[in-house]
Design a protein around this ligand. Structure first.
Ligand code: C5P
Ligand code: C5P
Ligand code: C5P
Ligand code: ZN
Length: 466
């Protein structure tokens, strides 16, 4: 066990002792896959511990959300996957809380479980769900919830930085493996191996973008035919999990050759194969079996104001809630496709150090960040952070996404969003590689110009320090 996880366990125990002083708890969490799995973990642990609990899901923990929470006079509130950026505001409202989060802390709080405070990086070494898993472990015997911890980490794309889960995430993964809950293996990384017809894996691949295959159904079908792979069996589309090992190998090497011929750089081709995470307790062929598909299923609920459905799925409902989630997933997929098409048509504006697009009201503010991330396949220059604007209630939502390379060169989007949004009267934060903000309407251009300068400054500072 690493020193970091030992220290986290110790702080988790202190937070759990505080929670145990109360009978009834209010849980506040974030509306994405990591937020839902965090809530699923803590609510299950509370249920098992005989607590009463209520839940609330928010897009952002802003002043308004905090006011509403403060007004309700809860004896104790557990913030999961958010809260660390609002320590002072939580204190000043006299909210008695435990914060279980992995975002960069701003200020300090008495009961505060966050990897950044114990020498781990919350953008890839521990997710909100992982942090909350440690808290749940201090509340009782909850090792089976390691599966949800890993789904949350994958939902926040924490496995991408090193090509696999590392740090405290990895220790949780290993705990799950020992308990027979989880399994990891090297496999094709394309999305949809449990549930989708094989050709769709290529058709919808955005990272890596497969020139000639991505977006082209016919070409994908033809590609598989040329490898002598039969696409159907008993009039059903075959899925990746239906294939023989030899067929899988044929496709992987066929794809690698195809990409080499297309002149794709090797670092991109390498992304075709990577570590994937399987939930052994879930039925094969369902979204919940694969951490990446599970996280997308959850995003499809909470980002569309149906967090209660995602939470129910996390807590084991495999009937009505799961059926509703699948319907929402079909709509989510369509929205992602439409959103990407919109960005492609509208185009992306390049400044010196950033590039941006304005989705107006065409893309929902709760998914514009996902689309900003996926649109890296559309841009000419992958070496500039991508910024997206979308209309939100009471302001403009900003989402920012960077690359590993940019982080190495000194870019920190969390810092940039926090500081530049404040300059135009907004609030922001997040992670070095993925961050967001809300700014007043009518400030987009000014914000973009200021952000451009700020990122330029981050790059220069870094270059000087070397
Ligand atoms: O609020 P939260 O921390 O859960 O959001 C993290 C966001 O960062 C996710 O939406 C995820 O898509 C994004 N991310 C990313 N690339 C990474 C790591 C995270 O786009 N390498
Ligand atoms: O799987 P990956 O992390 O690359 O997905 C990028 C984002 O798009 C995630 O939010 C993922 O859930 C979503 N996605 C999707 N359908 C696909 C591919 C990705 O919903 N076919
Ligand atoms: O909404 P989006 O997916 O772009 O958010 C990326 C990251 O920025 C998330 O971790 C989110 O919690 C954070 N964020 C923030 N403050 C905002 C908006 C987003 O800290 N106002
Ligand atoms: Zn998170």
């Amino acid at each position: 066990m690493s020193e970091t996880i030992k220290a986290l366990h110790k702080e988790a125990a202190r937070c759990a002792d505080e929670i145990k002083k109360y009978k009834s708890v209010h849980v506040v969490s974030h509306i994405d896959a990591d937020g839902l799995t965090s809530a699923g973990i803590i609510c299950t642990a509370l249920e098992r511990g005989g607590f009463e609990y209520t839940t609330r899901f928010v897009k952002q923990l802003d002043e308004k959300a905090l006011d509403a929470i403060a007004d309700e006079n809860h004896s104790i509130v557990i913030f999961t996957d958010l809260g660390s950026g609002m320590c002072e505001q939580i204190k000043s409202r006299g909210i008695h809380a435990v914060i279980s989060d992995h975002h960069q802390p701003q200020g300090s709080y008495q009961f505060h479980l966050n990897p950044h405070l114990f020498g781990a990086n919350g953008s890839y070494e521990l997710s909100g769900s992982g942090t909350t898993y440690l808290l749940a472990s201090a509340l009782g015997k909850n090792q089976d919830l390691s599966s949800l911890a890993i789904v949350g980490a994958v939902g926040d794309m924490q496995h991408l930085k090193m090509g696999q889960l590392v740090g405290v995430n990895r220790e949780i993964l290993e705990e799950g493996v020992r308990g027979g809950i989880l399994q990891f293996q090297k496999d094709l990384t394309l999305f949809g191996k449990q549930t989708r017809p094989i050709y769709k894996l290529m058709q919808y691949s955005s990272d890596p973008y497969l020139p000639g295959l991505t977006g082209n159904e016919e070409a994908c079908i033809e590609f598989l035919h040329s490898l002598n792979i039969s696409l159907t069996q008993d009039e059903h589309w075959r899925r990746w999990i239906d294939l023989e090992i030899s067929e899988k190998q044929k496709i992987v090497s066929g794809l690698i050759q195809y990409c080499l011929k297309s002149g794709m750089p090797s670092y991109k081709i390498e992304r075709l194969v990577g570590e994937i995470y399987i939930l052994l307790g879930e039925k094969e062929g369902t979204e919940m079996r694969d951490a990446s598909e599970f996280s997308t299923l959850l995003n499809a609920t909470a980002r569309y104001d149906h967090a209660e459905i995602g939470l129910a799925v996390c807590m084991g409902n495999r009937e009505e809630a799961y059926e509703s989630a699948r319907k929402l997933l079909a709509e989510h997929r369509q929205n992602l496709v439409n959103g990407l098409m919109y960005v492609k048509e509208k185009g992306i504006t390049q400044l010196e150090n950033i590039q941006y697009f304005d989705a107006g009201s065409e893309i929902k503010e709760t998914i514009v960040g996902i689309i900003a991330g996926m649109s890296s396949t559309l841009v000419e220059n992958r070496n500039l952070p991508i910024i997206a604007f979308a209309k939100a209630e009471g302001g403009t939502k900003v989402s920012a996404r960077g690359t590993q390379d940019l982080i190495r060169r000194g870019v920190n989007l969390s810092e940039a969003m926090a500081i530049v949004s404040a300059e135009v009267g907004g609030v922001g934060g997040g992670h070095d590689i993925a961050a967001g903000a809300t700014i007043p309407d009518g400030k987009k251009e000014e914000f973009a110009r200021k952000l451009d300068l700020f990122i330029g400054e981050q790059l220069r500072r870094n270059a000087h320090s070397k």
